[in-house]
Design a protein around this ligand. Structure first.
Ligand code: PMP
Length: 444
């Protein structure tokens, strides 16, 4: 294959290697080069690239029936997967709406939230509150609640009006000397202030990533933050929507990342690790009261995509989730996450250009700075994160770097989200190759 393409790639000036095979945590290109996938692509490939049990389940479903439209039929894998998810989900997230990816899952959550209040006659509720340093997807509504300046810029005039409060991001937003608990409460109280400013009777819900992903890199909330958020939502009758598209389905060492926060949302979206890249699939889990408001109200959720409940996608996702459970991979994620954290701290703990090392489970990031003491970011024009990605790829390592300025706070970061099947050898290789790529990116 030559480099001519009819595809509108992300960076059309930059020819991409051609992926032709997978081998556990490795992607192999058409020249035979092997890339250790330390980012799961974009936190997707949680079982690596060659899990035979998942591939077999997909083939078996294709042999039975690939797909039948959801307005006529349900399917065995769709029903079984819904039972699997809802019996393990926190709180009373007893029902599922299937979609094909993360943006659709969040779009669905936003619309379910609005229809919930519409069914109850609370039609004045029309505002969403979200956070800066967040990403919720690429559709107009999910881009509106998200806050990725680069992706928003072109579409700004046609986005929905959404309130954005500060994220809970201690490294960049906590005051010197503030305890993590006090900072968490202060950050959460911004939600209450915004609800009161808008008028509680006009607010539908608050949406946040349980652990922040692509925009700033593996941002875990301060202890108590989400419990306070839950209390505030309940005080004003507002729905809590947690976006676990990137951090959910085992990535943090729990099936649902909010288990570690001690809260259950009213709506929860998941995608990437659900199908692990073997099939495109996402889901929006909803509480029983939302389900009941719609089913006993107008009876129909005013929504729908052609591939809702796609049988082959559901069969693939069900097989993925069974492998995670049967192989005890959540405990393995916690163990390998701790090993990766230890190795990152050993290698970069004193590094002059690594300001922060953070994350949970196999969802980790380092933040790159010009100067550690002042947390001074690199000049954006140097595009350190982009050069690091290139240097890592050249060294046979996939990591997911990003950068950008929000609230005058900027940092280049490198996100790592390796497959749950990695072992200590892979951990050592990730850190070694990352260190080499970092040196090259900074020197360049
Ligand atoms: N939410 C989060 C937290 C994400 O990380 C992403 C994808 N990076 C999305 C939503 C959108 O998912 P998708 O690209 O599958 O539409």
């Amino acid at each position: 294959m030559d480099n001519r393409t009819h595809i509108l790639h992300r960076d059309p000036s930059h020819p991409l290697p051609v992926a032709v095979a997978g081998d556990g945590p490795y992607v192999i290109d058409s020249t035979g080069k092997r890339y250790l996938d330390a980012s799961g692509g974009a936190a997707v490939s949680c079982l690596g690239h060659s899990e035979r049990r998942v591939i077999a389940a997909i083939k078996a479903q294709l042999d039975r029936i690939p797909y039948a439209h959801s307005s006529f039929f349900t399917s065995e894998p769709a029903e079984e997967l819904a039972e699997f998810l809802t019996t393990r989900a926190p709180g009373d997230l007893g029902h599922v709406y299937y979609v094909s990816g993360g943006s659709e899952a969040n779009e669905t959550a936003l619309k379910l939230a609005r229809q919930y209040f519409w069914e109850k006659g609370e039609t004045a509720r029309r505002h969403f509150i979200a956070r800066r340093q967040s990403y919720h997807g690429n559709t107009i509504a999910t881009l509106s609640v998200g806050f990725n300046p680069g992706r928003r810029a072109v579409y700004e005039p046609i986005l929905l009006p959404v309130s954005h409060i500060a994220p809970c991001f201690a490294y960049r937003y906590a005051e010197p000397g503030e305890t993590p608990e006090a900072y968490g409460i202060r950050a959460a109280d911004e939600l209450e202030a915004e609800i009161l400013r808008l008028g509680p009777e006009t607010v539908i819900g608050f949406i946040a990533e349980t652990v922040g992903g692509a925009t700033a890199g593996a941002i875990t909330a301060a202890p108590g933050y989400f419990r306070r958020i839950r209390e505030i939502c309940d005080r004003y009758g507002i729905l809590l929507i947690l976006d676990e598209v990137m951090c959910g389905m085992g990535r943090t060492g729990r099936l649902f990342a909010c288990e570690d926060e001690g809260v259950a949302p009213d709506l929860l979206s998941c995608a990437k690790g659900l199908g692990a890249g073997y099939q495109p699939i996402g889901a929006c889990l909803m509480s029983d009261r939302i389900f009941e408001a719609i089913t006993t109200g107008s009876g129909t959720f005013q929504h729908g995509f052609t591939y809702v409940g796609h049988a082959t996608a559901c069969a693939g996702a069900l097989a993925v989730q069974k492998v995670i459970e049967e192989d005890g991979l959540l405990a393995h994620v916690r163990a390998m996450g701790a090993a990766l954290d230890t190795a990152l701290r050993a290698r970069f703990g004193d590094h002059p250009h690594v300001g922060d090392i953070r994350g949970r489970g196999l969802f980790r990031a380092i933040e790159l700075v010009e100067d550690r003491a002042g947390k001074t970011p690199f000049d954006p024009a140097r595009k350190v994160y982009a050069r690091l990605k290139e240097a890592a790829l050249a060294a046979g390592l996939m990591v997911y770097p990003g950068g950008g300025t929000i609230d005058g706070k900027r940092g280049d970061h490198v996100l790592m989200a390796p497959p749950y099947i990695i072992d200590e050898t892979h951990v050592a290789l990730i850190v070694e190759r990352l260190a080499g790529a970092l040196d090259m990116a900074i020197a360049g």
